[in-house]
Design a protein around this ligand. Structure first.
Ligand code: TXA
Ligand code: MG
Length: 349
């Protein structure tokens, strides 16, 4: 299939393109679009055929549920059995924005969209193009990240095209996203509420609104006895093709260790890559050195992490290293994704 490329530049001509894309969604087609977190691969959430198409375009296992995106608070009532007061409190503070809530679904939401679950994940994104597309597309847009299953999520339209060109009806190009990692997911069907995936909205921010909030124990460790509550978190994810190791420790020790490994790998004829920061990028002797951003601004690391991982694939480096990041606040979400990308392979020096 030929994929239509729709450039949105924040001008009045955008409106017609978004209307056209909304029409594709209503007809059961798929449209990739920007959100403030990552690009999403949208289909009509209430049409099971659309959900089938999403799974097949991504090559995603069908037990991994999709997030339903809405553009108006009231629309939450049409797809859920009950809306607890916690949902209203969170929506008042964080919607539209990078927070997904898990609630009990009603019969309008097909099991194809929820991966067979009785619950549904709902989010109201804040990106203007996303909000307008959802309105034009019928109000309920199922949208996983617009990457091939297992690959890093796309943060710009060319990265979407790399995975989805020829497989979906249209891609809306709205430029680079602002946040760069997926929304925080909170399960409101349990007491106390539980974070299933960390993101830009941190545990501390959620607790200010709700009181005690727990974390799914599998967010930072692999537990053979416990499956993650968000089915998607159990899969190998965000992984570059090369073998990635996170190196943890004092700055100088980390640099010395990585440079030694790089030297040995080069002698063995391997191509190497390092994820560094603005502060350290000039210290590495690797074939490819990518700066994720500055430690002084943790938002920049979140914004660039996935494009660094994709860049490694394009460079065909086979042995990869990354510095380690904070495990607080937004840094927690960054580390959660990096640990998955590295298959939890961490070395302390
Ligand atoms: O920021 C985001 O959330 C992006 C943008 C496009 O909105 N979307 C996104 O979707 O990250 P996806 O499909 O890549 O990740 C959705 C995650 C998966 O780990 C999935 O298992 C989990 O949400 N999930 C969805 N519905 C769920 C449910 N009912 N119960 C538990 N986990 C659920
Ligand atoms: Mg994803």
């Amino acid at each position: 299939m030929e994929t239509l490329y729709l450039q949105c530049e924040g001008t009045t001509t955008d409106e017609e393109k978004i209307r056209q894309a909304g029409e594709i969604l209503k007809q059961g087609g798929l449209v990739a679009f920007p959100t403030e977190t990552v690009y999403g691969l949208g289909g009509d959430a209430l049409n099971k055929e659309s959900s089938h198409k999403i799974y097949s375009a991504k090559g995603r296992p069908s037990d991994n549920p999709l997030i339903v995106h809405i553009a108006k608070w009231e629309d939450i009532f049409a797809i859920t059995k009950e809306v607890p007061c916690e949902a209203k409190k969170l929506a008042d503070r964080f919607w539209p924005g990078p927070l997904t809530m898990i609630l009990k679904k009603n019969e309008k939401v097909p099991y194809e969209t929820t991966g067979g679950l009785e619950t549904v994940a709902i989010r109201m994104p804040s990106h203007q193009v996303a909000l307008r597309l959802i309105e034009q597309g019928g109000g309920y847009v199922a949208a996983p990240s617009a990457n091939t299953s297992g690959r890093p999520s796309p943060t710009n339209a060319p990265d979407v095209a790399e995975d989805m060109n020829g497989k979906i009806d249209a891609i809306i190009d709205g430029g680079e996203v602002g946040i760069g990692i997926e929304s925080t997911i909170i399960d409101l069907t349990v007491t106390p509420p539980q974070i299933l995936r960390p993101g830009y909205i941190t545990q501390a921010m959620l607790e200010e609104t709700l009181g005690l909030v727990e974390q799914d124990v599998t967010m930072f460790e692999v537990r053979p006895d416990v499956a993650p509550k968000a089915p998607g978190m159990k899969y190998r994810h965000y992984a570059p093709k090369g073998e990635l190791t996170i190196v943890k420790g004092e700055k100088e020790a980390v640099i010395a260790y990585i440079n030694e490994q790089v030297k040995q790998a080069k002698e063995a004829g391997q191509k190497t890559g390092v994820i560094a920061t603005e502060e350290t990028k000039s210290c590495y002797e690797s074939d490819v050195v990518l700066s994720a951003g500055s430690r002084a601004e943790e938002g920049s690391i979140a914004r660039h992490l996935y494009s660094c991982l994709r860049e490694f694939d394009r460079s065909e480096a086979t042995l990869l290293f990354s510095e380690s990041f904070e495990s607080e606040g937004l840094g927690m979400a960054v580390m959660n994704r990096l640990l998955k990308a590295a298959g939890h392979h961490v070395i302390e020096v």
